[in-house]
Write a protein that binds this ligand. Structure first.
Ligand SMILES: [Zn+2]
Length: 361
């Protein structure tokens, strides 16, 4: 298991019921429990089916085989080890040395240091299985984008408004706290949602965090929202950082429903807004469903590219430096995968398998 984002661990409880062991870092194991419990809770409330139940989750929790980075372990005649993948703390790439070939599976990766995760570095391999989320796209300069973000927050606060910052629980929210704590420590920042629990797990595994001391200070500096009265107080804050990052639920909608009446407030989106998500609808139509009612949000909305994925030039550079004979692309839509193929196919064999394809090398 490369890391604890739900699109990478969501089916693991189902797998574990077949006796499958789950290899990962300690931190991925710890955060997965929070993510699974939340998925279970939401599926129960919203009535969508899951491929596993609570008992399967218990089995999965007993199936973890935690590893440190760089520590070799064996699975049959394979030798494996985990390497930092950037992306979020505890995220790992897995190097698998089989008798025939060395494989590197990247999971989600970033070759830049983020506020909380040290970057991925290339690993020599024969077969590189590479994520391609940002194939064909180039990120703006990270430092400049962080600067633009901080200036916009200060602008909102100086006109008397509250900046609502919907952020993912595992990665983006903590990055936002680090940035604001460093650049604007005078602000009154409230932190709500599942991210507070995830951060506690992070602080229990400081070896995976880039400057864990600074994360701890930022976490203590932010006012954690723990109950209803805290939530009401937070409405007068300079900044509220909360889940869900795509405005699909969580405290973010509760806040939005109250903040929408004061035009000095603003919504600052900090992550990808998937098709069909509340955040995407807000960007496209200026309204989104809140507790079942389509609601107009007449507030300033801005969007920032603070991605923790490598962009196209970085993915291609990373792939070249691993010197593989084969590159297998995954976690990419067709256009993104084609863009990477177009660049790398000149020098190496590139595979774009579809779901359910068997790939023989
Ligand atoms: Zn991820």
């Amino acid at each position: 298991m490369t890391h604890a984002h739900i699109d990478h661990i969501g089916m693991a409880p189902w797998l574990a019921t077949y006796g499958t062991l789950l290899h990962a870092t300690d931190l991925t194991a710890a955060v997965s429990e929070i993510m699974w419990s939340d998925t279970y809770k939401v599926s129960d409330i919203e009535g969508y089916p899951l491929a596993w139940d609570k008992r399967d989750m218990e089995v999965a929790l007993d199936s973890w085989m935690p590893h440190q980075f760089d520590e070799w372990f064996s699975i049959g005649d394979w030798k494996c080890r985990l390497h930092p993948a950037g992306h979020i703390p505890g995220a790992a790439m897995i190097e698998i040395v089989t008798p025939q070939a060395t494989i590197l599976w990247t999971g989600d990766l970033d070759t830049r240091d983020s506020p909380n995760a040290p970057r991925a570095v290339p690993v020599d391999c024969d077969i590189l299985c590479l994520e391609g989320t940002y194939g064909g796209r180039t990120h703006p300069d990270r430092a400049e984008e962080e600067g633009r973000f901080v200036s916009r927050v200060l602008e909102v606060v100086s006109r008397g408004g509250t900046a609502l910052i919907p952020a993912f629980a595992s990665g983006r929210g903590q990055d936002i706290l680090r940035i604001l704590h460093k650049e604007a420590p005078h602000l009154n920042v409230h932190y709500d949602g599942m991210g507070t629990r995830v951060t506690k797990e992070w602080l229990g595994c400081p070896e995976f965090i880039r400057d864990a001391g600074a994360m701890k200070s930022a976490y203590r500096w932010a006012r954690r929202v723990t109950g209803k009265s805290d939530r009401k107080k937070a409405l007068r804050a300079d900044v509220i950082v909360t889940t869900s990052g795509m405005l699909d639920g969580g405290p973010a909608l509760w806040y939005l429903n109250r903040l929408r009446h004061t035009s000095s407030n603003a919504i600052l989106l900090t992550g990808y807004q998937a098709e069909g998500s509340g955040g995407r609808r807000l960007l496209e139509t200026g309204s989104l469903p809140i507790f079942g009612n389509q609601t107009r949000i007449p507030l300033e909305i801005d969007k920032f590219e603070l991605s923790n994925h490598a962009d196209h030039p970085s993915l291609c550079k990373f792939a070249r430096e691993c010197e593989p004979s084969h590159v297998v692309l995954f976690h990419a839509d067709e256009g993104a995968a084609k863009a990477i193929e177009a660049e790398l196919a000149v020098e190496t064999e590139v595979h774009l398998p579809s779901n359910n394809d068997t790939l023989e090398i």
